[in-house]
Design a protein around this ligand. Structure first.
Ligand code: CTP
Length: 399
C-alpha cells in the first residue's frame, strides 16, 4: 500500500464539501499514512477541528498565530510526501495562484512548492466556469499541481449538470495513491494508444427529429481522463453530450452510429486498446426526410433498420485489447458473457440499467468486470471516475 508510512498534509478549505474530507482523512489514516490536517478559518466553521483530530489521531492546525505553535507551517512543510487540498474552493485556488500566504494553509503551500499537491476543486458551478477560476487552475497546473474533479452532480444549492461538486473521497484517495506510486511514465498505460468511445449517437428522422438514448457520456469521459492520467495517449470519440471536452485531450465528435464506425476505422489501425463505452443507437429510420414533416400530416409510422454493429465489424489490430460494455435489464451475467464471446472482447463491463445509481444519466455506477480469462470483479457503487480507475486496474493486465 503506497500510503503506508507516508506523511500527508490534508488542507481543508471552507466549502460544504468539508464533510466529505472527514471520510478522506479517515481513509488516509486507515491506509497507514500520518495525516496532518490544516483547516482554513472558513473550513473550521463547517467542521470543528476536533472531528479531524479524532479521525487523524493528531492535532489539527488552523492558525499561523497559535501560541506555542508559531512557525508550525515551517515544521509541517518539512517533509510531507503529498499535500492534498480538499475541498479546494475558488478562494483558496485564487490565493494559492497569487502566491499569498495569509493563513497557515496558503503559507504552507507557498513554503514548500516542491512537494506534490493534489487539489479537489469544489464550488458553485458558475464559480468553476468563471474564467478567473479557469486561469487560476491553469496557472497552478503549470506549476505542477495535480487536479481531480470536480464531478458533475448535486451541489449544495441543488442539482447541476455542470462541474462543481467535489470528487468522492474514494476517488481522491485513489488519485493520491497513484501519485505516490510514482510517475505515470512507469505505468503500464504510459505511451499506449487508447481509443475511448463515449455518449449516445443520434439518428435523424428529419432535420429536427432524432432517435437517441439517455447516455450522458460520463463513463466514457471518465475512462478517457483516467487513461490519460496514467500516461496513455488517448483519443476520445464522442457522440453528442452536454459534457465539456476534457482539456487537452484529442476529441473526435460524431453524431450517428455510422460516423462513429468510420471514425474508429481510421483510429483502430494504430491503437493498443479500444474501450467501447459508447451507447450507439441500434436502430435508424430507413429513410430520412430532407424537410421537417408537418405534424398536421397525421400519424407517422417509421420503419427502422439496424445500424452497423461497430464492435462486431471492426478490423482489429493484432494484440489490441478490446473492452466492451453491456448495459442490461436482467439476466445480466449471461447476456454479458455471450456479448464477450460474440463480439470477441477481452473484457466486458456489465451494468444493470434498473439498479439505482447505475447506468445512464447518473454520476455513479456499479459494474461487474468480466474477463475472457474467466476473471470476475464485482465493484461496489462508486463515482464514475473511480469505476474508470478500477476498470483500468484490471484491464492493464492484458496490455
Ligand atoms: N455497440 C457497438 N455497435 C452498436 C451497438 C453497440 O459496437 N451498434 C457496442 C457498445 O458500445 C458496447 C457493446 O457493443 O460496448 C454492447 O452494447 P449493447 O448495446 O449492450 O449490445 P448490443 O450489441 O446492442 O446488443 P443488444 O442491444 O441486443 O443487447
Amino acid at each position: 500500500m503506497s500510503l503506508a508510512r507516508r506523511h500527508v498534509v490534508l488542507g481543508v478549505s471552507g466549502g460544504i464539501a468539508c464533510y466529505k474530507s472527514c471520510f478522506l482523512a479517515r481513509r488516509l489514516t486507515e491506509a497507514g499514512a500520518t495525516v496532518d490536517v490544516v483547516l482554513t478559518a472558513a473550513a473550521a466553521e463547517f467542521v470543528r477541528p476536533v472531528t479531524f483530530e479524532a479521525l487523524s489521531g493528531r492535532p489539527v492546525l488552523s492558525s499561523l498565530w497559535e501560541r506555542g505553535r508559531a512557525l508550525a507551517h515551517i515544521d509541517l512543510a518539512k517533509d510531507p510526501d503529498l499535500v492534498i487540498v480538499a475541498p479546494a474552493t475558488a478562494n483558496i485556488l485564487a490565493r494559492a495562484a497569487m502566491g499569498m500566504a495569509d493563513d497557515l494553509l496558503t503559507a504552507l503551500l507557498l513554503a514548500r512548492a516542491d512537494r506534490p499537491v493534489l487539489a479537489a476543486p469544489a464550488m458553485n458551478d458558475a464559480m468553476y466556469a468563471n474564467p478567473a477560476t479557469t486561469a487560476n487552475i491553469k496557472a497552478l497546473a503549470a506549476r505542477g499541481w495535480h487536479f481531480i474533479g470536480p464531478d458533475i452532480g448535486a451541489l449544495a444549492e441543488g442539482p447541476s449538470e455542470r462541474p462543481g461538486r467535489m470528487s468522492e473521497p474514494d476517488a481522491i484517495f485513489a488519485a493520491a495513491e497513484r501519485l505516490l506510486a510514482g510517475n505515470p511514465a512507469n505505468s503500464k498505460w504510459s505511451g499506449k494508444r487508447v481509443v475511448v468511445t463515449a455518449g449516445p449517437t443520434r439518428e435523424h428522422l428529419d432535420p429536427v427529429r432524432v432517435i437517441t438514448n439517455p447516455s450522458s457520456g460520463r463513463m466514457g469521459y471518465a475512462l478517457a481522463e483516467a487513461a490519460r492520467a496514467r500516461g496513455a495517449d488517448v483519443v476520445l470519440v464522442t457522440g453528442p453530450t452536454e459534457l465539456a471536452p476534457p482539456a487537452g485531450l484529442a476529441t473526435t465528435r460524431v453524431e450517428t452510429t455510422e460516423e462513429m464506425q468510420h471514425a474508429l476505422e481510421s483510429l483502430i489501425p494504430n491503437a493498443d486498446a479500444l474501450i467501447m463505452s459508447a451507447a450507439p443507437a441500434d436502430y435508424r429510420p430507413k429513410t430520412h426526410a430532407a424537410k421537417k414533416r408537418p405534424r398536421t400530416a397525421g400519424p407517422l409510422t417509421v420503419e427502422l433498420e439496424a445500424t452497423p454493429d461497430i464492435l462486431g465489424s471492426l478490423e482489429r489490430r493484432k494484440g489490441m485489447v478490446v473492452v466492451g460494455f453491456a448495459l442490461e435489464t436482467g439476466n445480466g451475467l449471461a447476456h454479458a458473457r455471450s456479448k464477450m464471446q460474440n463480439k470477441a472482447l477481452d473484457y466486458v463491463i456489465l451494468n444493470d440499467a434498473t439498479e439505482p445509481g447505475a447506468g445512464f444519466e447518473v454520476t455513479t455506477n456499479r459494474v461487474t468486470i468480466l474477463g475472457r480469462n474467466g476473471k470476475q470483479v464485482d465493484l461496489p457503487l462508486l463515482s464514475k471516475r473511480d469505476v474508470a480507475d478500477r476498470i483500468l486496474d484490471v484491464v492493464e493486465e492484458a496490455l
